[in-house]
Design a protein around this ligand. Structure first.
Ligand code: DOR
Ligand code: ZN
Length: 344
């Protein structure tokens, strides 16, 4: 097959950052992504509806003539109030709240220190029909970084789902067999996003033969058996597992230093990479449900009425891209991709 046309995809987990960065990050998705869940981990974080609305306006200023639609999220803290959740439920723009355990990842210092104290907030979210997006990793230094997702599921997620069975939850950017099993065993209110990079890479790519800062992200890449489980569930095309890129830009000087930031900038290549992934596994027909259908269904939103076309045409990914007053190295920099998105 040399051409595929699919409904315009959604990205159910995207970092756009703010200010100078928006020119790059919004442009890199706006023409081929219909809607995106915009992560709120700015500095300071987006914790109120009015901040989310102002942030949305700054994003929209860069969408040009595209139909790109940012779906906003609130960042939960120890001080999030039930009133703010109610206001979020009334807002046409805010569709979800993001739970970052404090210290789990980039810009999560204001995150939640004790999830057991959020019951009132979770009740208000259930009432308001807001979705809970979770960065599912414990932060304890005595838990091995490769086990943090599994331990979070046992210690925190299972109790949350037991106490709040009607709350819709997306376990974000899952990386383990444990997460796949948990989502499969849970009710239809529990789903998961999967990134392109966690499908394509495992921890050998990060660590074997030299450390690759460009492949450092959180949750950290896991061993191959976990990667295979993610691949299989996506290739089987299961509606509880849909695409969230977690495309997360960091300027080169923040990534390549003694304490490099976590995050992989996949936005310019993610759909082409996924087309290649599905094609290599003789499953191209499962590409569209993963990127354009299952997430909309879970979020109870209509499917896109636009489409995009990809053609079989080789191109090389730029080695660097301008990023404010810095540069950014996109995922797959300098490598060849075999699918290209046609200009609209
Ligand atoms: O690798 C990551 N980068 N994981 C996250 O959870 C956050 C993200 C970021 O914001 O840079
Ligand atoms: Zn993220």
């Amino acid at each position: 097959m040399n051409k595929i046309q699919i409904l315009k995809p959604d990205d159910w987990h995207l970092h756009l950052r703010d200010a100078e960065a928006l020119k790059r990050t919004v442009t890199d998705v706006a023409s081929h992504i219909h809607r995106a869940i915009i992560m709120p981990n700015l500095v300071p974080p987006v914790t109120t509806v009015s901040e989310a609305q102002a942030y949305r306006d700054r994003i929209l200023a860069h969408k040009n003539k595209t139909s790109f639609s940012p779906l906003m999220t609130l960042y939960l803290t120890d001080n999030t109030t039930v009133d703010e959740i109610k206001a979020a439920g009334d807002s046409p723009f805010v569709v979800a709240c993001k739970l970052y355990p404090a210290g789990a990842t980039t810009n999560s210092d204001s995150g939640v220190t004790d999830v057991t104290k959020l019951d009132k907030v979770f009740e208000a979210m259930t009432e308001a029909g807001l979705i809970l997006c979770i960065h599912g990793e414990v932060t304890d230094n005595d838990v091995d970084i490769f086990d943090r997702e599994k331990v979070f599921i046992e210690r925190h997620l299972k109790p949350i789902t037991d106490r709040h069975p009607n709350l819709k939850i997306v376990l974000e950017h899952i990386t383990t067999q444990d997460a796949v099993d948990f989502v499969l065993e849970s009710s239809d209110n529990i789903a998961a996003t999967i990134t392109a990079h966690h499908l394509i890479l495992n921890r050998n790519d990060l660590l074997s033969g030299g450390i690759k800062p460009d492949y450092y992200c959180l949750p950290i890449l896991k061993r191959q058996a976990h990667q295979k489980r993610l691949q299989n569930i996506v290739l089987e095309s299961h509606p509880k597992f849909f695409f969230g890129s977690d495309s997360a830009p960091h300027g080169q000087h923040k990534k390549y230093n003694a304490c490099g930031c976590a995050g992989i900038y996949t936005a310019p290549v993610m759909l082409c990479l996924l087309a290649e992934f599905f094609e290599q596994h003789q499953s191209l027909s499962h590409f569209e449900p993963f990127v354009s259908r299952y997430g909309a269904h879970f979020y109870n939103l209509p499917l896109s009425d636009e489409s995009i076309t990809l053609t079989k045409e080789s191109w090389s990914v730029p080695s660097k891209l301008p990023f404010g007053d810095d540069e950014i190295v996109p995922f797959f920099a300098g490598k060849q991709l075999s699918w290209r998105i046609c200009d609209v």
